[in-house]
Design a binder for this molecule. Structure first.
Ligand SMILES: NC(=O)C1=CN([C@@H]2O[C@H](COP(=O)(O)OP(=O)(O)OC[C@H]3O[C@@H](n4cnc5c(N)ncnc54)[C@H](OP(=O)(O)O)[C@@H]3O)[C@@H](O)[C@H]2O)C=CC1
Ligand SMILES: O=C1O[C@H](COP(=O)(O)O)[C@@H](O)[C@H](O)[C@H]1O
Length: 516
């Protein structure tokens, strides 16, 4: 079993965490376990409290039981001994409250003041909205009206995705919460930004002399970003059928990953400097100017019934809470361009899908081929060099180079230098939510999305969604358990490229591994 790795960050200042949606899936699977990890690692000391809020009634002991179950099932750390557990869970309280009930917020205020006194908490209040987005505006308003923002310290609002359905609705939502919270108090979660290897992209790029000089159109042929999932829509069919892959994954996680790969080096590693550079990338994305452009550069697909590892997987239209005639895409791929000096003409191929054969998030940087191949005469077709950043679930970096086959006269073979962080050094990285909660409570917004990033991403995505509305007929299909529609392969083939195998599925001819 891998050792747990802690991230290097100071203790958080004392705070009350309000989890709105405390009886929901996100709280159970991610938020309670993240708070527990922070506590176990000493990043939260005794001056913190958690108040779970939702409509369902819960006695204190029922709520403590919920928290215990969530941690047993999902935490990186096993539940500690009884004494430590009792100390931890004593920090948790529950308030049954409908967010439309203003009186309930007044009661919450009294409960909050009492718990702040109990634990000597003077830092601030962190309001985490693990709720459906249509409730965000109402909660913000009632937090203010109910006096919840008049505490002794700072107030911060952490909002889950999706942030709107398109630019217009995102704007409305933003205006609503801006009536109560200032931009610097708003922490929009994109949990991909909390992933260890996504944060590592910055370091790989800006701390290595041999990457940065090559990181441009002179040397890079194309970049491929894959966010593949094996799962279908699970129990979230109702939400997903309204959203689809474009809004669920591409507008946020995928474009955020792209910004980390494509941004210019910031002059300082401060939140605003990094976010300034990221938003420049989003503004440089070449917009699709017509439906025809969308058709040429974008593929959407939906999974049909498939056979995978001997198991029959249902079609998307057979999933629970999905319209049996749904035209929602479960797969999205596109060729996009970042129109600036660094990236002019370099295609970024991005794809995401449900029910693909492998769960993986990976970035492949394909370098241009050597200007001439002096080995051609000896029947060697040199492979392009690749840099692969494995984000999830495997974490690591893989570089593919060409080298002489040992012992041969001049035979060349591709060589994989594979640093597998998750398997070789016994690392069990912190969960994205641990890091992001900790950052939010410390007031570090680097890995949260700023409004101008969100709105620029929507501007880009809206053009695609609008074109799709005009032509429902171009929805491709793929059997569940396969790599998506063939049209996505053609997207690259037109440019003389192909998708590289992902997640350690070695190409047959790569014979070595050099592990660190
Ligand atoms: N689950 C996940 O993995 C992910 C979720 N998200 C986002 O996080 C948010 C929450 O998702 P998830 O936890 O899955 O949703 P769930 O449907 O599981 O939970 C929703 C929560 O909201 C509470 N709630 C609903 N209406 C009210 C109300 N009027 N007043 C007070 N509480 C209310 C519910 O409790 P009760 O019924 O007791 O009131 C429940 O605790 C969504 O925005 C989602 O898109 C984002 C990424 C991943
Ligand atoms: O935000 C979301 O992300 C998950 C995938 O997250 P990961 O960390 O497991 O890669 C996705 O399943 C879900 O549909 C989407 O809403």
């Amino acid at each position: 079993m891998a050792d747990n790795v802690t991230f290097d960050a100071p203790q958080a200042p004392g705070a009350v965490f309000f989890i709105f949606g405390a009886t929901g899936d996100l709280a159970r699977r991610k938020l309670f376990p993240a708070i527990y990890s922070l506590y176990r690692e000493g990043k939260l000391t005794e001056d913190f409290a958690v108040i779970g809020v939702a409509r369902r009634p819960r006695t204190p002991s029922e709520f403590h039981e919920d928290v215990m179950e969530s941690i047993r099932e999902f935490s990186r750390y096993p539940v500690a001994d009884e004494e430590e557990w009792a100390r931890f869970v004593d920090h948790f309280e529950y308030k049954s409250l409908d967010i439309n009930n203003i009186d309930g917020f007044r009661e919450l205020r009294e409960q909050t003041e009492a718990i702040e006194r109990k634990f000597g908490i003077a830092g601030g209040r962190l309001f985490y909205l693990a709720l459906a987005p249509e409730l965000f505006g109402g909660v913000s308003f009632n937090l203010k009206a109910g006096g919840m923002l008049d505490g002794p310290g700072w107030n911060r609002l952490v909002i889950e995705k999706p942030f709107g359905y398109n630019l217009e609705s995102a704007r409305e939502l933003n205006e609503q919460i801006n009536q109560v919270f200032k931009e610097e108090e708003i922490y929009r979660i994109d949990h991909y930004l909390g992933k260890e290897m996504v944060q590592n992209i910055e370091v790989i790029r800006f701390a290595n002399a041999f990457f940065e000089p090559l990181w441009n159109k002179q040397h890079i042929a194309n970049i491929q970003i894959t966010l593949g999932e094996t799962v279908g829509v699970e129990e979230r069919g109702g939400y997903y059928d309204h959203s689809g892959a474009l809004r669920d994954m591409a507008q946020n996680h995928m474009l955020q990953l792209l910004t980390m790969i494509a941004m210019e080096p910031p002059s300082r590693l401060l939140a605003e400097d990094i976010r300034d550079e990221k938003v420049k990338v989003l503004r440089s994305l070449r917009p699709f100017s017509s439906s025809d452009e969308v058709r040429k550069n974008v593929v959407r697909g939906q999974y049909t019934q498939g056979l995978f590892k001997g198991k029959t997987l249902p079609a998307y239209r057979q999933e629970d809470k999905v319209n049996p005639e749904s035209t929602t895409e479960t797969y999205f791929a596109a060729r996009v361009f970042v129109d600036n000096f660094r990236w002019a003409g370099v295609p970024f191929y991005i794809r995401t899908g449900k029910r693909l054969p492998v769960k993986t998030t990976e970035v492949v940087v394909e370098f241009k081929r050597m200007p001439t191949n002096v080995y051609l005469g000896q029947k060697h077709n040199l492979e392009p060099n690749l840099l692969v950043i494995r984000v999830n679930p495997m974490e690591g970096i893989y570089v593919k180079i060409n080298a002489k086959k040992p012992g041969s006269e001049s035979e060349i073979q591709p060589l994989a230098m594979d640093f597998c962080q998750s398997c070789m050094v016994g690392i069990n990285s912190p969960e994205a939510y641990e890091r992001l909660l900790h950052d939010a409570v410390r007031g570090d917004s680097t890995y949260f999305t700023r409004w101008d990033e969100v709105s620029s991403a929507w501007s880009f995505v809206d053009k695609i969604a609008e074109a799709w509305q005009e032509s429902a007929g171009d929805l491709a299909s793929y059997p569940a358990g396969t790599w998506g529609p063939v049209e996505a392969d053609q997207l690259l083939a037109q440019d003389g490229f192909h998708w590289w195998p992902v997640n350690g599925q070695e190409e047959d001819n790569v014979v070595w591994r050099v592990n660190s």
